[in-house]
Design a protein around this ligand. Structure first.
Ligand code: MG
Ligand code: MG
Length: 273
């Protein structure tokens, strides 16, 4: 059963989400060739603690770090290493924090230096698919409507949509009901309603949708070793409509790039592209 949140609880969750958003902004300031995932992890942990929050992933199921950092063919749940990042890499940085007892859980995939055109397009389409999914997070719509929107967009480009890992309800637990797949059929699955808070997180592969887990017990990789992208927002349904609680504003500011989806932050407006 999904645990619906009151407006007051959603405001607390917005604070949790924004701690994560700002932590990602701190990470973004350091993104460059030669930086190591472990350096990024330390910065995120220090920032989260400076806000009186607790790293949400550290120790979760035994996970050893604050950030999940997944490089290139790694999809999600990568463990930060001391291996310097190189030109052309992409890294999914997934961050969780607990504030006032509520989780924020939010991710961005960064390009390190200049990446190939095909990888740049993968990042763009994955972020687009995130917002197309969010547009469907509405009272009266069904879970399948969200996955359908994400899947249709990604598959138009021939990309693989990961099946084994999904988005989820969010609240006092990191993973609450319902599961939110990035694939689905329109009109299928549970009906959504006001007070639902979801972490929506498309994981889109350049090649096959098939994934495997490394022997470390965490890292998920693509079976064909082609790169994978991952973007995640925390979204509440308020007044029947999606409201994005997290933001990539701090990330884009730090990167010195205009957020291509800036107008879809805050109260969300319908995409018709
Ligand atoms: Mg996450
Ligand atoms: Mg998540």
């Amino acid at each position: 059963m999904a645990i619906l949140k009151t407006r007051e609880q959603i405001e607390l969750m917005r604070e949790s989400a924004l701690v994560v958003s700002r932590a990602l902004g701190e990470v973004a300031k350091l993104i460059k060739v030669g930086v190591t995932p472990l350096e990024l992890d330390k910065v995120a942990e220090a920032y989260i603690r400076s806000q009186g929050a607790i790293p949400g992933f550290l120790g979760y199921g035994g996970f050893p770090n604050t950030l999940c950092i997944s490089v290139n063919e790694q999809v999600v749940h990568g463990i930060p290493t001391d291996k310097p990042l190189k030109e052309g890499d992409i890294i999914s940085v997934d961050c969780g924090a607990i504030l006032n007892g509520y989780y924020g859980d939010h991710a961005f995939t960064f390009a390190i230096g200049k990446v190939s055109d095909e990888v740049r397009q993968l990042l763009k389409v994955t972020e687009e698919s995130l917002y197309l999914g969010i547009e469907q997070i509405r009272a009266g719509n069904r879970i399948g409507d969200v996955g359908y929107a994400v899947q249709q967009h990604a598959e138009k480009y021939g990309y693989g949509v990961v099946r084994e890992l999904v988005g989820h309800g969010l609240g006092k637990e990191l993973h609450e009901d319902p599961e939110l797949p990035n694939y689905g059929r329109r009109g299928q699955g549970k009906k959504m309603q006001d007070g639902l808070v979801l972490a929506i997180e498309p994981m889109i592969n350049l090649g096959t949708e098939k994934v495997a887990q490394l022997d470390d017990g965490w890292t998920i990789v693509t079976q064909d070793d082609l790169p994978s992208a991952h973007f995640e927002h925390d979204v509440a349904i308020i007044g029947g409509k999606p409201e994005i609680l997290s933001t990539f504003k701090y990330v884009y500011e730090a990167l010195g790039i205009e957020d291509p989806f800036a107008e879809r932050q805050s109260f969300y407006s319908i995409i018709n592209s």
